[in-house]
Design a binder for this molecule. Structure first.
Ligand code: PGA
Length: 222
């Protein structure tokens, strides 16, 4: 782990913590995967230090597998890395695989205030794979080979890796007031450059973030 990764993970955690301190009833879009693990560790510590009140915070997972054993589900990940540690009420733990009309539910709660994203090696954000149109809402998708290969480390083999998932769409993400993208490690350097160097390209879904006015990219790849 680089010092820079630790520093940027702490910075993202602080942004979440400060938001909750200012406004008890914020709505967060939350990622899973390797990238945000350190951010969640910092957030749990900050939550203890600042005695954060999570009782009115609504957490919306960015995505979820449709064919994963429960122990690898993103709900389980968020429970063990955040929800159970800081005390997010069950009713405030939203998951697109178990909630119908995810976009309407987000809207009914007042919209996402802050969404944290990772980036896939193929440029996906949440599970919006290359080719996803800008006008896309929460939907079921087929995972592409690049994504499945990267995920197979968790599942032990490619055969055991999920094929289908449900994800917030590009429009869902772009409607968030503020977006923070985390990208760590040398293997993410090329795709981060590709996403932000040129114009918007549906084949690099992270490039849609250029259409949003308030995106921070926290990366140690530069
Ligand atoms: P990772 O996944 O954090 O495990 O690299 C990122 C992503 O697919 O969004």
């Amino acid at each position: 782990m680089t010092d820079k990764k630790d520093e940027l993970s702490a910075q993202a955690a602080e942004q979440i913590s400060n938001l909750i301190r200012k406004n008890k009833s914020v709505n967060l879009g939350l990622p899973t995967g390797n990238t945000p693990l350190l951010m969640y560790q910092h957030l749990v510590k900050l939550s203890e230090q600042n005695d954060l009140d999570w009782s009115h915070v609504h957490c919306f997972a960015l995505d979820e597998y449709l064919d994963s054993p429960p122990e690898h589900s993103f709900q389980t990940y968020l429970e063990s890395n955040l929800y159970d540690k800081v005390g997010v009420p069950k009713a405030n733990q939203h998951n697109p695989a178990t909630t119908d009309n995810y976009d309407s539910i987000i809207k009914e709660h007042g919209g996402l205030n802050l969404t944290i994203l990772g980036i896939g090696l193929n440029g996906h954000i949440a599970f919006n794979e290359p080719g996803t149109p800008q006008l896309s809402f929460t939907q079921c998708i087929w995972l592409q080979d690049t994504s499945r290969k990267a995920l197979s480390k968790t599942f032990g083999s490619l055969e055991a890796t999920p094929i289908t998932a449900v994800t917030m769409g590009i429009s869902t993400i772009l409607a968030s007031q503020t977006i923070v993208m985390l990208a760590f490690g040398a293997d993410k350097k090329q795709i981060v450059e590709k996403a932000f160097a040129n114009g918007v390209d549906p084949n690099v879904p992270a490039s849609y973030l250029k259409l949003h006015g308030t995106v921070s990219v926290l990366t140690d790849t530069q």
